[in-house]
Design a protein around this ligand. Structure first.
Ligand SMILES: Nc1ncnc2c1ncn2[C@@H]1O[C@H](COP(=O)(O)OP(=O)(O)OP(=O)(O)O)[C@@H](O)[C@H]1O
Ligand SMILES: [Mg+2]
Length: 238
């Protein structure tokens, strides 16, 4: 098992956002984490990457207990997050942003270099000398993914990569994720667009009010109209 999360709980100023979530990911899987606004998806990812501190529970990654580790240490273990809202450096060039991503990996070797990122997202190579801030939203998302790849992820966490993107660009981003997973990268994908996330993944967890409401094969969930309608309501539109 690559990632094992047990009974994870987190709170903001005493208000519980995660109430004891257990999940696991096997090497090579692409898993979706779906749920409505405020369900706790980002909180869960942030607990894994170390940017939010869990108040209870444990996280094991490739046999190491990473519970409570600082984000840069977690990244060095190979657990890398593409944060919600991308957070690229707008004053640096595309290539500088990518090269900064390398710092996350510490002394590990990365499976991905500039060449691989440019192959995955050719537009980034075309724009390599442009400042990050001049990119479109979709290109910034690609850059954020590319930067995480430069850090040599063993597990890639993505928080709403399709947020604010056009359907066409969303397709491109999902195609890139499919290719990455196809070449062996393990991925945990947070999405509000449940339909897309379920189509793209093998397994899924559904969060509701900080608790797991459902888990199973994505293909089963996608056809379970009752579950989808009950938990996700209007968000089922692809
Ligand atoms: N920094 C924070 N301070 C206080 N409360 C927070 C903070 N971040 C999240 N919350 C609260 O914790 C709960 C879970 O939020 P979280 O961002 O994890 O949900 P989410 O599933 O990612 O939602 P979304 O789909 O809107 O991104 C929500 O009730 C939210 O209001
Ligand atoms: Mg979120």
């Amino acid at each position: 098992m690559m990632l094992e999360v047990k009974d994870l709980a987190a709170a903001y100023s005493g208000i519980e956002a995660l109430r004891g979530v257990s999940l696991h990911i096997e090497a090579g899987e692409m898993v979706a984490l779906i749920g409505a606004n405020g369900a706790g998806k980002s909180t869960l990812l942030n607990c894994l990457s170390g940017t939010v501190r869990a108040r209870r529970g444990s996280v094991h990654f490739e046999g190491h207990n990473i519970t409570g580790m600082k984000p840069h240490r977690v990244a060095r273990e190979g657990l890398l997050q593409v944060p919600e809202g991308r957070q690229i450096l707008v004053e640096l060039t595309v290539e500088e942003n990518l090269l900064l991503g390398e710092l996350a990996r510490g002394s590990r070797t990365s499976n991905y270099g500039l060449k691989d990122v440019y192959q995955l997202f050719p537009i980034l190579e075309e724009r390599r000398t442009q400042k990050g801030g001049t990119l479109s939203g979709g290109q910034q998302q690609m850059l954020a993914i590319g930067r995480a790849l430069m850090g040599g992820p063993r597990l890639l966490l993505l928080d709403e990569p399709s947020l604010g993107l056009s359907p066409l660009i969303t397709d491109q981003v999902f195609e890139a994720l499919r290719r990455l997973n196809g070449s062996g990268l393990t991925i945990l994908l947070v999405e509000q667009n449940a339909h897309r996330a379920l189509q793209a993944t093998q397994r899924a967890y559904l969060l509701e009010h900080g608790e797991l409401a459902f888990q199973g094969k994505s293909a089963d969930l996608i056809n379970d109209e009752k579950v989808i309608a009950h938990y996700l309501g209007h968000m089922t539109a692809a």
